[in-house]
Ligand binder design. Structure first.
Ligand SMILES: [Zn+2]
Length: 155
C-alpha cells in the first residue's frame, strides 16, 4: 500500500479514491458518469449500448438508476413519480453531457432511431432540436418537440 503513494500518479489515485468514496457514500448532487461496465436499463433490462439515448434517475432515497432510452425513463418517471428526485437525460448531440430534466427538451422524429423504437432524443433547448431536425431534412409536420416535463405529465 505504501508504495502506491510514492509513484508518479499518486495525485490521480487520491482524486480517484475521493470520487469513488463520494459515489458510494453520499447522495450525488449532480449527474454521475455512466459506469464503464455493461449496464442494463432498469425499465426494459436491455443493455445500454448507444449512450446518446441514455438517462439516469436519482431517487428520493439516493439511488441512481440508469436507462437505455428516453422512452424507458419516461415510462419509469410516469410510474414512479413520487419516488424521483431528479432526472438527467443524455444530450443526443453532445453525449458526454447530461441535461437536467427540468431544462431538457425531447424531439420525436422518425429519423431518430432510438433503442425502444419511440424515436425520441433529448436536446438542451428547443432551438437546438429544431436546428438539428432541419439540418437533417425533417419536414415541419413530421416532428414534435416538447419539454421533458410536459412529456412526463401527459399520462
Ligand atoms: Zn430500456
Amino acid at each position: 500500500m505504501g508504495g502506491l503513494w510514492h509513484n508518479q500518479g499518486h495525485g490521480t489515485i487520491l482524486v480517484q479514491l475521493l470520487v469513488l468514496c463520494c459515489a458510494v457514500g453520499c447522495r450525488p448532487s449532480g449527474p454521475v458518469d455512466l459506469p464503464t461496465s455493461p449496464l442494463k436499463c432498469v425499465q426494459c433490462q436491455m443493455t445500454i449500448v448507444d449512450q446518446r439515448f441514455a438517462a439516469q434517475v436519482h431517487t428520493q432515497k439516493g439511488r441512481v438508476l440508469f436507462f437505455d432510452s428516453v422512452e424507458c425513463v419516461r415510462q419509469y418517471t410516469v410510474e414512479h413519480h413520487d419516488q424521483i428526485r431528479r432526472v438527467y437525460l443524455r444530450s443526443f448531440l453532445n453525449p458526454p453531457r447530461w441535461i437536467d430534466g427540468t431544462e431538457a427538451w425531447v424531439a420525436r422524429w422518425s429519423g431518430i432511431r432510438s433503442p425502444m423504437g419511440g424515436n425520441l432524443a433529448a436536446f438542451a433547448s428547443e432551438e437546438e432540436a429544431r436546428a438539428w431536425l432541419e439540418s437533417m431534412g425533417a419536414a415541419a409536420g413530421d416532428f414534435a418537440i416538447q419539454r421533458w416535463n410536459e412529456l412526463t405529465s401527459l399520462n
